[in-house]
Design a protein around this ligand. Structure first.
Ligand code: GAL
Length: 442
């Protein structure tokens, strides 16, 4: 009898979850993806990150790359020397916003030793973007930091946070007269889980306990930076870039698959929203975290189909796909429908949304045009339905160093020939350019 009642309750709960967490799939063939309407003031752009494009760095990543016999980032796209021509490429696409990150290790290569030259170079970059009518959006931490800070334990130790805050303050002091929009930290959940639970990012640790404490420290660091920079310049708009991955149960009738997917969602997505809305994360109070956002940066790529087997290393990841879903070069499926769900989730932070990343690894550029059109169509529908989305940054301007995957994953609107550092616009780049031209009123 007890078993029967228990099974009935469980069944009812699964029915409830199926209703409250739908996984829509659309018949894309029936839609006219070119019928999009985007407000005039919307910002179209691209995104990059320092370690992935600049080249010639020495930081937590380069140390990790050489000690793990991984592909070396090396000269990357040599962007540190070629940024002027790269900014012209952004301008050629008709874009009005560019998200990039500052490399802390250039500014403070040794603890307390500050180099003025690189900060002046970043300042010249800002001027050049503004002269082209492009809004600079700066990310202060995009997965990389100085090797000396890593040696001290980086984000795993709360006592290291002041050094990060100090660096952020220096950059903000120098650039906030011209840069109005800032991301404190890029994808803290990816950084902490890949670096401290799955061991695929520096420092290559594998401990859930450590991972949770890094998450909390990253949230503390974000809150400290947010509150300090706002007090210095209230005109700065400050947010963080949140990777929103959706977790869908493999079998939508399986209570076990639901349990796995809800648990992962709770950690990956829920914890960050609770920190902003309630000022608490995993049972700890995070000082200053409540309402520490002027916008939420949304990075959306895919959904993760989840079952009992929760991988403990990315190399074990066997990305699952629904039967009809198209596989990207990364192995995970293209799931544009999820972009709408990610926008809905992001709107729950109660601040405007800036899409800080969306794109696809597709070396042959055979999928990217469709990927781009589907996501932009979803964006247009969401805006039509009242979601407050201000910008869209395509990941990425050009092919670059894709972290643990090295140079094998190609995300660029421009293809990069790493032999001679030439960039060539892909067909998808032309599509993006033409689409923007058709939307922007002159
Ligand atoms: C994001 C990350 C980017 C880029 C992108 C493509 O998680 O912020 O730096 O690597 O993924 O996979």
């Amino acid at each position: 009898m007890l078993l029967l009642v228990g099974s009935l309750l469980l069944f009812t709960f699964v029915v409830y979850l199926r209703r409250t967490h739908p996984e829509p799939h659309m018949d894309w063939g029936d839609l006219d993806l070119t019928s999009i309407v985007i407000p005039d003031e919307f910002h179209w752009g691209v995104a990059t990150a320092a370690h992935q494009i600049e080249g010639g760095l020495r930081n937590n990543w380069t140390v990790f790359e050489s000690s793990n016999e991984m592909e070396q980032s090396g000269q990357a796209c040599d962007h540190w020397n070629l940024w002027k021509q790269d900014f012209q490429l952004i301008s050629d696409l008709g874009l009005s916003t560019y998200r990039f990150s500052i490399e802390w290790s250039r500014l403070e290569p040794e603890q307390g030793v500050w180099e003025e030259g690189p900060l002046q170079e970043y300042s010249r970059m800002v001027d050049d973007l503004l002269s082209k009518g492009i809004r600079p959006m700066i990310t202060l931490h995009h997965f990389s930091h100085p090797a000396w800070w890593e040696e001290k334990g980086g984000f795993s130790k709360a006592e290291n946070i002041p050094e990060f805050v100090n660096y952020c303050e220096k950059v903000h002091n120098a650039l906030s007269d011209r840069v109005s929009i800032w991301c404190t930290i890029n994808e803290p959940v990816v950084f902490s889980s890949m670096g401290y639970a799955l061991g695929q990012f520096p420092p290559g640790k594998r401990s859930i306990r450590l991972c949770i404490s890094v998450m909390k420290n990253m949230m503390r660091a974000h809150a400290r930076v947010y509150n300090l920079l706002k007090s210095k310049n209230p005109n700065s708009s400050i947010g963080m870039a949140k990777n929103v991955t959706l977790f869908d149960p493999t079998n939508r009738w399986s209570p076990i698959d639901w349990a796995a997917s809800r648990l992962l969602d709770w950690i990956w997505n829920g914890a960050w929203k609770r920190a902003i809305l309630k000022g608490r994360m995993f049972g700890s109070r995070i000082e200053g975290a409540r309402s520490s956002l002027d916008f939420i940066g949304l990075n959306y790529y895919t959904h993760f189909i989840t079952g009992l087997f929760v991988p403990t290393a990315t190399k074990d990841l066997d990305f699952q796909r629904r039967e009809h879903e198209i596989e990207t070069d990364f192995g995970y499926p293209m799931y544009a429908e999820g972009f709408r769900r990610a926008i809905e989730y992001a709107s729950g932070f109660g601040v405007p949304i800036e899409v800080t990343e969306n794109g696809v690894a597709d070396a042959s550029d055979s999928l990217r045009p469709e990927h781009l059109m589907r996501h932009i169509w979803i964006l247009s529908e969401a805006i039509k339905d009242g979601y407050d989305v201000k910008s869209f940054h395509y990941w990425s301007l050009m092919d670059n160093f894709e972290w643990a995957e090295g140079y094998s994953m190609r995300f660029g609107l421009y293809e990069v020939n790493y032999g001679n550092q030439t960039r060539s616009l892909r067909q998808s780049g032309e599509i993006y350019r033409d689409l923007i031209e058709s939307q922007v009123k002159r």
